[in-house]
Design a binder for this molecule. Structure first.
Ligand SMILES: [Ca+2]
Length: 243
């Protein structure tokens, strides 16, 4: 790697437990702390001025592009919002040069030793600790039912309900069950019964019972249970079926 063309990097990727909520800002400063380039990205915005851009947003990572950084002691700052699903989450970073696919450099904790005046030693690592996840004893989060009510009458509009949820704080895969009940507590359908790890999950329901009959209109309860090391968690949410 003696070629001067291979110096520096122009792409940086960061792993996230689930899809990043927003990449907010990318900033490059030189060794003297002078701003070289900066852009604040609005939600949905991917290209900024000065060659700064959001390259990729995937379920488990995102990457940003910028003018090639070659000078020693340059500082690249990437501000983003992401959910953490475990007490300890490592955000791994990888720098690369787009003209050299396959060549990359991993970031190790402590690389980002000086983040400026507001820096704290605890913020210079790549691992985020979230004590609140343990305190809350919560294993299920961000349960969403869309649309609710839904109308499984076969007209192609809102015929299915999408069910999404996060599983968090598990140290190993736990038994997860997603079930539908009527308001008298009778089981209507078991939608999912499997072992899952931390992550964001999605499934759908077409308004039918296990033996294929459309349920009568009304309010049902969707219940999710997760078996964790320290006990179980249960979330339930009303779900309306209309025709
Ligand atoms: Ca419909």
């Amino acid at each position: 790697m003696d070629s001067p063309d291979l110096l520096g990097f122009d792409t940086f990727a960061i792993t996230t437990p689930i899809r990043v909520e927003q990449v907010e800002q990318v900033e490059i400063l030189d060794a003297q702390g002078q701003l070289v380039a900066s852009h604040a990205f609005a939600q949905g915005d991917t290209a900024g001025g000065s060659g700064l851009a959001i390259n990729t947003i995937a379920e488990d990572h995102f990457s940003v592009r910028f003018p090639r950084i070659q000078a020693d002691d340059s500082l690249l700052k990437i501000k983003f919002r992401a959910s953490v699903l475990a007490f300890s989450t490592e955000f791994r970073g990888q720098a690369s040069l787009s003209s050299e696919p396959g060549s990359f450099q991993n970031v190790t904790s402590g690389n980002s030793a000086n983040l400026g005046d507001e820096d704290q030693p605890t913020r210079s690592g790549t691992t985020v600790l979230s004590p609140s996840i343990i305190r809350s004893e919560r294993l299920i989060d961000a349960l969403e039912l869309t649309p609710n009510p839904f109308t499984p009458n076969g007209d192609g509009i809102n015929d299915q309900v999408a069910i999404t949820y996060n599983i968090l704080a598990l140290t190993k895969a736990g038994a997860v069950a997603v079930r539908l009940y009527d308001l008298s507590g009778r089981l209507v359908h078991t939608l999912q019964q499997t072992a899952l790890s931390n992550g964001r999950y999605a499934l759908s329901w077409d308004g039918r019972t296990a033996d294929g009959h459309l349920v009568p209109p009304g309010v049902y309860l969707l219940g999710i249970t997760v078996a964790g090391d320290q006990g179980d968690d249960l979330r339930a949410h009303p779900l309306s079926v209309a025709y």
